[in-house]
Design a protein around this ligand. Structure first.
Ligand code: NAP
Length: 285
């Protein structure tokens, strides 16, 4: 039931029409009987400032932020959580009285997804493919969790920059390896966890992968953060190699759950959110 006291949260980005966040969060609000509604707002780059002012003046409880606004939105907020500041991107806004505060839950979403398979990430040998927005969030979070991290990115200078930033901020060494199969092979063999945080394998390029199937092995946990399709070529080949797998929808649900907790202060109903998100992805045209 939507009433005059219903609280609103929303998604700002472009495009947003295929987002699974509205069904996922609305299912969670309904499950817990919370008087909230989640809506998606398509906001172009030159309307971002107005959109954030609108969010503030209309008294929305918070929002998610997606492509292309994750970095640009930062200058329009009154506060930033330390993790979002380090990562340099915001995916969640929370209203704190009159102030809008930015958070980034992508890294936490990845960490919590991995923790469904391992007790602790401390000391785990992790190979991360990608140093884009999501890759940065995951790299900082896993370094903070004590993982032994190696980053590989198509544009090597971005991996170098990210490694230096992590070394300066978190105080741990981060390895780097060129994104070439001949170079990755040895790292994959030595790794316990392999994460694809690039967009390779995403619709409409489902047949693409950065890893040779023969390099995958049964001692690996393979996580692909691409969720369209849910079963990427990388995950399919990892399953065939006997590896444990985590799909991108798991991370999507976990990062959404972390946002839900920030807005409502309630423990998120993960199962309900997962079911709604999976249904929304599967029903997408
Ligand atoms: P982004 O900031 O644009 O970064 C893209 C990354 O992919 C960069 O590292 C880029 O390398 C790499 N890349 C792109 N095309 C490549 C290619 N052909 N070969 C090798 N590397 C390539 O994007 P993002 O926001 O990080 O998102 C990346 C993916 O993660 C998207 O598919 C997105 O939908 C997904 N995602 C999932 C979740 C989740 O919760 N599951 C959350 C966020 C994002 P360069 O630096 O060399 O360009």
């Amino acid at each position: 039931m939507i009433s005059a006291s219903t609280k609103a949260v929303g998604l700002i980005g472009k495009p947003v029409t295929h987002s699974v966040s509205p069904p996922m969060h609305n299912a969670a609000f309904e499950e817990l009987g919370l008087e909230y509604v989640y809506l998606a707002f398509e906001v172009s780059e030159n309307s971002l400032s107005d959109a954030v002012s609108g969010l503030r003046s209309l008294g929305l409880e918070g929002a998610n932020v997606t492509i292309p606004h994750k970095t640009a939105v930062m200058e329009h907020l009154e506060g930033l959580d330390k993790t979002a500041e380090k990562i340099g991107a915001v995916n969640t806004i929370d209203r704190d009285g009159e102030r809008l505060v930015g958070y980034n839950t992508d890294g936490l979403g990845a960490q919590r997804s991995l923790e469904t398979k391992v007790d602790s990430l401390e000391g785990k040998n992790v190979l991360l493919l990608g140093a884009g927005g999501a890759g940065r969030a995951i790299a900082f979070t896993l370094a903070q969790a004590g993982s032994d991290l190696t980053i590989s990115n198509r544009t090597a200078s971005k991996a170098e920059e990210l490694a230096s930033e992590i070394e300066a901020e978190v105080g741990v060494e981060v390895g780097q390896v060129p994104l070439e199969n001949s170079q990755l092979r040895k790292n994959i063999l030595e790794s316990e966890i392999l994460i694809n945080s690039t967009s390779v394998g995403m619709h409409p390029n489902e047949d693409e992968t950065l890893v040779e199937a023969e390099d995958l092995h049964s001692d690996l946990i393979v996580m692909d953060i691409v969720y369209n399709p849910i079963l990427t070529r990388l995950l399919e080949e990892a399953e065939e190699a006997g590896a444990e797998t985590i799909d991108g929808l798991e991370m999507l649900v976990r990062q959404g759950a972390a946002s839900f907790e920030i807005w409502t202060g309630e423990k998120p109903p993960i199962k309900t959110m997962g079911k709604a998100a999976r249904k929304a992805v599967e029903e997408k045209p």
